[in-house]
Design a protein around this ligand. Structure first.
Ligand code: BTN
Length: 250
């Protein structure tokens, strides 16, 4: 796929900007901002996006796939970010579905938004927020125990453009087999091999804030988390729940 990068000094949210222009933009259009004043996370949470401290980007995608393939797409994106960091010598873990964790701290979040009518997907906005050069005090106090950046663990400034280049390169490798052949084998392997949840007891929290304790057994070929609750084994869909470990953040 070709990429068409549009750089901005400052935006409210790159996902919002991408949504505005999606209908009139080509697949592969990428919105990047040096800072976001209203960066958005999953479940309506804010995403802190200070100037030049991280990669704040959204990719507009227009694949001809049905909506039930989206959980697989989520796995693909986690694999792309994981692989891109591995390429530059940084070994992370994946907290299903889409958090990338370095030494117990979240360094990257992924926000996938779609525009669809009936079962037809018009476009996907793939938002990636990667914390790169923050120091601990760049994060608000209330998230300092959970958030981290690449610099905090490597003790060196990391070049944002090098990471962007790796992400686009890896995205191309994983995206084509997925849209053309529904193949996410390699992405699934990466997600399973580097999962921070599999084999562990976790809390599955629904949108009402209700918690259930279970054992994370597997990530299946559909991209769902397979969890054993006391009532039996269930498949959990990413859009519906957040997952917490029993202790600490993960
Ligand atoms: C999460 O809650 O983990 C997802 C965070 C996603 C943040 C990125 S930063 C670029 C893009 N624009 C946004 O407003 N959000 C995403």
């Amino acid at each position: 796929m070709n990429f068409y990068i549009r750089n901005y000094e400052s935006l409210g949210s790159t996902n919002e900007k991408a949504k505005e222009v999606a209908a009139s933009s080509k697949e592969g259009t990428i919105i990047i901002a040096r800072e976001q004043s209203g960066g958005k996370g999953r479940f309506g949470r804010p995403w802190i996006s200070s100037k030049d401290k991280g990669l704040w980007m959204s990719i507009i995608l227009k694949p001809s796939i049905s909506l039930n393939k989206l959980p697989k797409f989520g796995l693909l994106v986690s694999a792309v970010v994981y692989k891109s960091l591995e390429d530059i010598g940084i070994k992370t873990g994946i907290k299903w579905p889409n958090d990338i964790i370095l030494e117990d701290k979240k360094i990257c979040g992924i926000l996938i938004e779609i525009d669809a009518s009936m079962d037809k997907l018009n476009h996907i906005i793939l938002g990636i927020g990667l914390n790169i050069n923050q120091d601990l005090q760049d994060f608000p106090e209330e998230i300092q125990s959970k958030a981290g950046s690449l610099k905090m663990f490597t003790n060196r400034q990391v070049n944002i453009d090098i990471i962007l280049d790796r992400i686009l390169n890896n995205f191309n490798k994983f995206y084509r087999p997925f849209v053309e052949k529904d193949d996410i084998e390699e992405a699934l392997r990466i997600n399973k091999d580097n999962s921070l949840l599999l084999g562990k007891e976790v809390y599955i929290i629904n949108s009402k804030g209700e918690k259930r304790k279970g054992l994370a057994l597997d990530i299946n070929k559909q991209g769902e988390l397979v969890v054993e609750f006391s009532e039996g084994i269930e498949k959990v869909l990413a859009g519906e729940v957040s997952v917490r470990g029993l202790e600490g953040y993960i």
